[in-house]
Ligand binder design. Structure first.
Ligand code: CTP
Ligand code: MG
Length: 190
């Protein structure tokens, strides 16, 4: 294993995960309006809270799916035809949709857990805040397309792609939140 090979594995694993990475930031830009839980509470605490809105969910998922489609276009234009890294077209579309939707479901599950633990909307919860979306995306994809997930992120040296993603995700999450805060789109820089 040479450094260049490791870099290619890490970079392509990162590329393939982009439809799961974008939705959170896109949700910050598109969010607002009706909360997903419609304001409902359970045992005196909000189900999800005002930070999870329908607009954010749809805008985030739409952005992630659109990005995935653009990536498929780029890979076919670049002549990586049939080799986008997502497999045959049907599977490619399925993986992209599940990465985008799964990341927002994971993010909502994170908020559900925070509310159960009495952590208010927007308050920091390390680990959970940084990984909920990636875990949601990968769990869904691993269930629906186990062999794609295994060959892309687990098998042999491809595990490096997963390790790289786990290492870089908290940094990206922090960076994007600072950006959102400076743009006035987020009340807190985390
Ligand atoms: N957002 C949204 N809908 C979603 C996800 C995010 O509208 N499904 C928007 C909200 O404006 C939210 C912001 O993106 O405040 C940042 O998302 P996040 O940090 O996940 O939410 P928090 O406000 O921190 O709420 P929580 O404590 O529930 O994570
Ligand atoms: Mg937050």
């Amino acid at each position: 294993m040479e450094l260049a090979e490791a870099a290619i594995i890490a970079a392509s694993g990162f590329w393939l995960a982009l439809p799961a990475m974008l939705p959170n930031s896109a949700a910050v830009l598109t969010g607002g309006g009706k909360p997903v839980d419609f304001g409902r509470s359970w045992k005196g605490r909000r189900l999800l809270g005002d930070g999870k809105t329908w607009r954010g969910f749809l805008g985030g998922a739409g952005a992630g799916i659109l990005l995935g489609l653009v990536m498929l276009g780029v890979s076919s234009l670049a002549g990586w035809a049939d080799n986008s890294g997502y497999g045959p077209t049907g599977q490619a579309l399925g993986v992209i949709v599940l990465l985008a939707v799964g990341s927002l479901l994971g993010d909502m599950f994170g908020s559900f857990v925070k509310r159960r633990l009495n952590v208010p909307r927007g308050a920091k919860m390390p680990i959970l805040d940084q990984y909920d979306f990636l875990i949601g995306a990968f769990v869904l994809v691993a269930i629906a397309y186990p062999s794609w997930f295994f060959t892309s992120y687990i098998e042999g040296w491809n595990i490096l792609a997963l390790i790289f993603l786990l290492a870089i995700t908290p940094l990206l999450h922090r960076g994007m939140n600072i950006l959102g805060y400076r743009m006035g789109k987020k009340d807190v820089p985390w």
